[in-house]
Design a protein around this ligand. Sequence first.
Ligand code: FAD
Length: 290
Amino acid sequence: MDSQKRHARQFSLELFPPKTAAGADKLKRAHGAFAALGPAFVSVTYGAGGSTRDRTYNTVEMLHRAGSTPVAPHISGMGASRAEMLELLQRYRQLGIKRLVALRGDLPSDMVTGGDFPQAIDLVRFIRQETGSHFTIEVAAYPEFHPEATSPEADIGYFREKIGAGANSALTQYFFTAQAYFRFIDSLEKVGVDLPVVPGIMPITNFTQLDRFSRICGAEIPRWLRLRLQAMETDEAALADYGQDVIQALCEELLAAGAPGLHFYALNRLEPTRTLWNHLGLNSLAGRPA
Ligand code: FAD
């Protein structure tokens, strides 16, 4: 973990573009409370195959104009042409955006073409080629390995190349076992990767959704946690309390070991993230190395 301890800690939040005008209003109101936490940035997700391109842009624009918290759009290359991507990068640049989360993304089942960016590395290269050092580029990392990984070594090798193409730092897929992250960092150190790799944190509020999503993205819910959450499935309040304890303990373990921050999958729900943020006292830790 030594490579991570020297980085200033940064705490951030992830939101998604609302589908309706009512959802957008609600997010605009919640944004003030999210911003009051003092995150380093809030990121806004991007639908598979560019399906939320305009909604993501509109949400980013709304949040950017609403306050001083930096906003980081997610961009996925899957399904996009170079011309479309260049236009999007220019729009974000003109808006005053300085940070991007660059992803491969996944192809929706009804789309047949993969576009000009088969892997995230192709998008990172393109952003650097077209916009130089204007954007800080975050990329995705998978401490429990990507669902398509052919081997841990291959996944780590491709990740190293992606960082080498010009990424500044990484945000991880969420996980519930701190050891997975520590061992992933050890493996990165062995191949010379020492940029910040910020753990992604998923607050626990609903077992069915968490289970479905975890199966898709390859995040493992350990048996002890799965059985506990299953047993509380019908008692929302008990599950939220228990989830809060488990995630707080995970965050404490990660920070004590030197993690260079935390990235919360807040997903437009203020309360679980705000409670964790305040209980962990993140404001007093931000901006300082471990
Ligand atoms: P890559 O880095 O390209 O990796 C994908 C897989 O391909 C890995 O197994 C890798 O080892 C392998 N690989 C890489 N290069 C090569 C190569 N040259 N040859 C063969 N294999 C290779 N998805 C969205 O659609 N929208 C979002 O907003 C979004 N936000 C996310 C935020 C975070 C923090 C994370 C962790 C994920 C997010 N995702 C999002 C999910 C992500 O798009 C998927 O996990 C996707 O399947 C992989 O994207 P990637 O950028 O990690 O791809």
